[in-house]
Design a protein around this ligand. Structure first.
Ligand code: GTP
Ligand code: IMP
Ligand code: MG
Length: 337
C-alpha cells in the first residue's frame, strides 16, 4: 500500500523498529519519515549480524534506496543525529525538516535535575519534555537555526505530499506507544506529546485522508519502562522465569512486564483506527515458533493466541514476529488483505 503508518499499541518498545525494517525492504519503500517525540525513542533493528539502535533516524535505514526524513514535529538532538548518520553512512539520503525542534544541553539538564520528571515520571532524561515545553512557549530553536544541520534541511511535508501524488510507497514511523500519549495515555505518566496515528500524520505534515494502512504493533506481552500503572505487573523473578526480561535501549533500565492486555489493545485499535495488527515476540510466548516464517507451521496454541486477538479486536493480524532479525517474520498480508 502506498502510505502506511506504524505505531505502538502499548507503552512503546513493541518492536516497531523490527516491523518497519522488514517492511522497508519487502515493500521497496521509497521514502520513510519519522514522527513521534524525538531521541527518547530507541528502536532496535537487526539485519543479519548487524544491529542498529536508532534514536533519531527512521528504522527504514536498512533499505539503501530509501530516503530517510524527520518531520517538523520531531525533536532533534544534533549530536545524536549526526553520530547515527555517520555510523550508518546515510549522509546522502537523510532530510530534516526546517522546523524540527532542537534539544539543547539545558533541556537535558532540566530533564535530569527535575525530580518530578526524572524520578516521579521516570523520563528518559533525553531533554524531550523540557524542549517540547519550550516549543509551546515558542522559544525553542528549530533546525534551520543550526549550522550543523544545514546540509540536511528540507521541506518534509512537500517531499511527502509530492511523493504521494506520484504513487510512491511511503512509511510513516511512529515512536513510543499509545498509552504514553500525553492525551490518551496514563497521565501524568506519559511522554510530552500525543503519539497516536493522527499525531504521526501531523508530525510529518500529511493529512489523515492520505493514509492507506495503519499498522498497530503489539508485543505478545506488555512492557513498560518508567513509572505509571501496569495492570497485572509481574515480579522480576517471574519475568525472568518466562524469559521476558528486556533492557531499555536508551536508559538501560529493566523493562516492567505483564501479560497481553486485551482491554488496552482494544482501546489502542480505536484510538489509532487500525487497519492491521502486527504481533512481535511470539517466540517469547512459544519458544518452538522461533524463526518460523509460515503460519501453518505454528503450533496450535500459538495459532489460538493469534486468532483470539484477531477475534476480539476485529482487525487482521498481518505480521507476526518470531525473532529479533528482520526476516524472522510471518507475513500474512497477501492472504488477509
Ligand atoms: P520505541 O520507539 O522506543 O518504542 O521502540 P521499538 O518499538 O522499536 O522497540 P525496541 O526496539 O525498543 O524493543 C523491542 C525489542 O524486541 C528489541 O530488542 C527487538 O530486537 C526485539 N524484538 C522485536 N521483535 C521481536 C520478535 O519478534 N522476537 C524477538 N525475540 N525479539 C523481537
Ligand atoms: P520522556 O518521553 O523521556 O519524557 O519519558 C516519559 C515516559 O515515557 C517515561 O515513562 C519513559 O520511560 C517513557 N518513554 C519515552 N520514550 C519511550 C520509548 O521510546 N519507549 C518506551 N518508553 C518510553
Ligand atoms: Mg524502544
Amino acid at each position: 500500500m502506498p502510505v502506511s503508518i506504524i505505531v505502538g499499541g502499548f507503552f512503546g518498545d513493541e518492536g516497531k523498529g523490527k516491523i518497519i525494517s522488514y517492511l522497508a525492504l519487502k515493500d521497496d519503500i521509497e521514502i520513510a519519515a519519522r514522527g513521534g517525540v524525538g531521541p527518547n525513542a530507541g528502536h532496535t533493528v537487526v539485519m543479519g549480524d548487524k544491529k542498529y539502535k536508532l534514536r533519531q533516524l527512521p528504522s527504514a535505514v536498512v533499505n539503501k534506496k530509501t530516503r530517510l526524513l524527520i518531520g517538523p514535529g520531531v525533536l532533534i538532538n544534533p549530536d545524536i543525529l549526526i553520530k547515527e548518520i555517520e555510523e550508518t553512512g546515510t549522509h546522502n539520503r537523510v532530510g530534516v525538516d526546517y522546523q524540527a525542534g532542537i534539544i539543547e544541553p539545558q533541556h537535558i539538564e532540566k530533564d535530569t535535575k527535575s525530580s518530578h520528571l526524572s524520578k516521579k515520571i521516570g523520563t528518559t532524561k533525553s531533554g524531550c519534555g523540557p524542549a517540547n515545553a519550550d516549543r509551546a512557549l515558542r522559544v525553542l530553536k528549530i533546525a534551520k537555526d543550526i549550522e550543523l544541520l544545514k546540509e540536511f534541511l528540507t521541506d518534509v511535508p512537500s517531499e511527502l505530499n509530492n511523493a504521494i501524488d506520484e504513487g510512491k510507497n511511503i512509511l510513516l514511523e511512529g515512536t513510543q506507544g499509545t498509552f504514553l500519549s500525553l492525551y490518551h495515555g496514563t497521565y501524568p505518566y506519559v511522554t510530552s506529546k500525543d503519539v497516536t496515528a493522527a499525531a504521526i500524520c501531523s508530525d510529518v505534515g500529511i493529512g489523515p485522508k492520505k493514509v492507506d494502512e495503519i499498522i498497530v504493533v503489539f508485543k505478545a506481552y506488555v512492557t513498560r519502562v518508567g513509572a505509571g500503572p501496569l495492570e497485572g505487573e509481574l515480579d522480576l523473578e517471574e519475568i525472568r522465569r518466562r524469559g521476558w526480561e528486556e533492557i531499555a535501549t536508551v536508559t538501560g533500565r529493566v523493562r516492567r512486564a505483564a501479560e497481553f492486555n486485551m482491554k488496552l489493545a482494544k482501546k489502542a485499535i480505536m484510538l489509532n483506527s487500525a487497519t492491521q495488527i502486527a504481533i512481535t515476540k511470539l517466540d517469547k510466548l512459544f519458544p518452538e515458533t522461533e524463526g518460523v516464517t509460515n503460519y501453518s507451521s505454528l503450533p496450535k496454541k500459538a495459532k489460538e493466541f493469534i486468532e483470539t486477538i484477531e477475534g476480539e479486536l476485529k482487525v487482521p493480524v498481518t505480521l507476526i514476529g518470531t525473532g529479533p532479525e528482520l526476516h524472522q517474520i510471518i507475513d500474512l498480508r497477501k492472504e488477509k488483505l
